[in-house]
Design a protein around this ligand. Structure first.
Ligand code: SF4
Length: 63
């Protein structure tokens, strides 16, 4: 099963760390929160590092 990245928008504070680490996966939406740009690009970056680097723990990987 493909893994899926989940963003908890209530927790996201728009710091853009995940966007910097995984620019193919994440982008910042008009609401100032991260959103998934391409769910199929998880292998283009270190997604675990992005998850671990999120200051609010807003990112989760779902199997
Ligand atoms: S690293 Fe976390 S808080 Fe920062 S923009 Fe990404 S999801 Fe939001």
């Amino acid at each position: 099963m493909a893994k899926k990245i989940i963003i908890d928008e209530d927790l996201c504070e728009g710091c853009e760390t995940c966007v910097e680490l995984c620019p193919d996966v994440f982008e910042l939406g008009e609401n100032g929160k991260a959103r998934v740009k391409n769910p199929n690009a998880l292998n283009t970056c270190n997604i675990q590092e992005a998850i671990d680097s999120c200051p609010t723990g807003a990112l989760k990987l779902e199997e």
